[in-house]
Design a protein around this ligand. Structure first.
Ligand code: ADP
Ligand code: TRP
Length: 330
């Protein structure tokens, strides 16, 4: 079983990204042949600075390696290092009805907001379909918001196979040049609260970043908003943002103990924040140290990515050759 997923480089990862997405991705490497890539071509739409693009792309690779993606067990690469994907995008675009792209959420939302839309945003779903189909991926883990893209991917694969492959059987999906992927919609995880109690998100500037300096992490945790109940009074853990974050880290019995401390009074929020800080470091220090070491050894990281791209290109070239043969490009 080949599992594939792409990650857009959107900035430094925070607790919301980790518990909401990254953790699940990394766990999946155990379940099959994993292909993970940094979607730099998709990011061109937003990132318009060369230095920033390079930094973000390498940064995602560092993050994932530090957090436990194992390059011995899976293939980690950068999307643009497999140029075959851009060619497959064009070929798929040639069988893709405009109407389907016009109905895509990303495009529709941008138009509704009156944004100026470039072709990159409009064609985004075709590139994503090419990402998936180029490697004959069987399973694609994504969030709910990507479900529509997976449906388009299947539609395009069927359309291509129906058009060009006489042995293709749409009932079984067999006999085509392109393999039909299954979406694996990741379970809805609880929303991780930010330091101000709203959803943690970089757009709200309320994040606790996984790889910020010790000083910055402490500062972020200390600024978690709490009410002004005096130290000696009982407190309600369920309405407290600090407790909401502690839930991510502590085992059930530890959490029950902390909840009891809230209810009995006598402990201030400062003490609970310190507990959170300790729990953060206990969980992430290993990854933080590993990321520092990797950042000192960028040649190793570039090597991992080069090996990954080589492996991905091998598979991609085979699939593209079948596609060429099917539609008469060779
Ligand atoms: P941000 O809101 O900081 O811009 P993204 O939209 O880039 O984060 O999210 C990347 C991934 O992390 C998505 O899969 C998203 O579901 C998950 N995620 C982001 N914030 C949270 C959160 N507060 N709680 C749970 N999951 C989150
Ligand atoms: N569109 C995905 C997102 O925004 C990223 C992505 C690009 C992707 N290509 C993909 C995900 C292929 C899965 C498979 O999160």
């Amino acid at each position: 079983m080949r599992i594939l997923s792409g990650v857009k480089a959107t900035g430094r990862p925070h607790l919301g990204n980790y518990f909401g997405a990254i953790r699940q991705f990394i766990a999946l490497q155990e379940q099959g042949e994993g292909y993970y890539f940094v979607a730099d071509l998709h990011a061109l739409d937003l990132v318009r600075d060369a230095e920033q693009m390079r930094e973000l792309t390498l940064g995602v690779a560092l993050d994932y390696l530090a957090l436990g993606l194992d390059p011995e067990h899976c293939t980690l690469f950068v999307q643009s290092q497999v140029p075959e994907v851009s060619e497959l995008m064009w070929i798929l675009g040639s069988v893709c009805p405009m109407g389907q792209l016009q109905r895509a959420h990303g495009y529709k939302d941008a138009v509704a907001k009156g944004k100026e839309v470039d072709f990159g945003l409009f064609g985004y779903p075709i590139l994503m379909a090419a990402d998936i189909l180029l490697y004959r991926s069987n399973v694609v883990p994504v969030g709910k918001d990507q479900k529509q893209h997976l449906e388009l991917t299947r539609d395009l694969a069927v359309k291509f196979n129906m058009t060009y492959c006489k042995d293709f059987d749409p009932e079984t999906g067999e006999g085509g040049a392109l393999t039909l992927p299954e979406a694996r919609i990741m379970e809805d995880v609880a929303v991780v609260p930010g330091t101000d109690g709203r959803k943690m998100s970089k757009s709200y500037d309320n994040t606790i970043q996984l790889f910020a300096s010790d000083k910055q992490v402490k500062k972020s945790i200390m600024r978690v908003v709490t009410d002004s109940t005096p130290v000696e009074d009982p407190k309600d853990p369920e309405t407290c943002n600090v407790f909401g974050l502690l839930k991510l880290f502590l085992a059930e019995d530890e959490l029950a103990e902390v909840a009891a401390q809230y209810r009995s009074g006598g402990s201030g929020y400062g003490a609970f924040k310190t507990r959170l800080l300790e729990a953060f470091h206990a969980q992430f220090d290993e990854a933080r140290v590993r990321r520092e070491a990797l950042a000192q050894d960028l040649d190793f990281v570039r090597d991992v990515l080069a090996t990954g791209a080589q492996r991905a290109r091998q598979v991609g070239a085979e699939v593209l050759a079948d596609v060429h043969a099917a539609c008469g490009l060779r």
